[in-house]
Write a protein that binds this ligand. Sequence first.
Ligand code: 8Y4
Length: 276
Amino acid sequence: MPMPEPKLGSGPWIMGILNVTPDSFSDGGAHAGVQPAVDAALAMLEAGADVIDVGGESTRPGAAPVPAAEEIARVAPVIERLRARTTAPIAVDTMKPEVARAAFAAGATIWNDVTALAYAPDSVVTAAELGATVILMHMQGEPRTMQANPVYEDVVADVAAFLEERADIAEAAGVKPERIWVDPGLGFGKTLGHNLDLVRGLPHIRARTQRRVVFGASRKSFIGTLDGGAGAQDRLGGSLSAALAAWEFGADMLRVHDVRETVQALRVWLAIGAES
Ligand code: 8Y4
């Protein structure tokens, strides 16, 4: 599915985050969480989201791995019911090609992969076969240990080179060039300084890769670090600040938890910029 015009007009696409891990919507029972999750997604679309990102595996440091069948059981029913209620593009956040297949069968059209299609040997060919739009994200190391001691020669140049390489591999395997988006992966094997460099480096990443750029800082721990250790539920102001900065530095799509607040912040920002 081609991307529709962003609801913000000249602004970025907004991707609303929908976690369907058991701690998010389930109150027990195999299908208990499906309708509340769909309702949350519809509320995000109502609030101005352009895309919903459905994820069934936590990539938090120290999170236990989830078998593919379990991940499919979490995401596919939600995607199927959401597909019946909206024409908005639905992304699946997964590194497993079998989960991507099931999600696309249920109605997803975007594969958001934090491993940039490198987790499984058949990921790239699967993306091509599915006709997917792919979001290739940079991560250094693996979730369990990535924050221990991240080191780069030059974080912006290193991340841009990685994304260009992964994008070229996807394109060579048959993923349509305009369907390959890239993402610097804030917080995935990055120090506070690396994260800030990557926001400022968005123009370089865009120029180097010649791809659309997705950006996700919403509620991430570097925001807490910059604000005296604020917890994840207390990072809205910093998340909005990062979203506006990312837009200003050239991000095309923002992955956010707080859709309504992000849309409002951008509306004001875009209105102010419109006169210049
Ligand atoms: C509190 C809230 C603490 C959120 C940590 C987090 C990205 C992504 C994630 C991203 C793309 C997260 C799946 C991490 N981040 N996909 N996924 N870009 N494309 N952590 O930045 O939200 S999960």
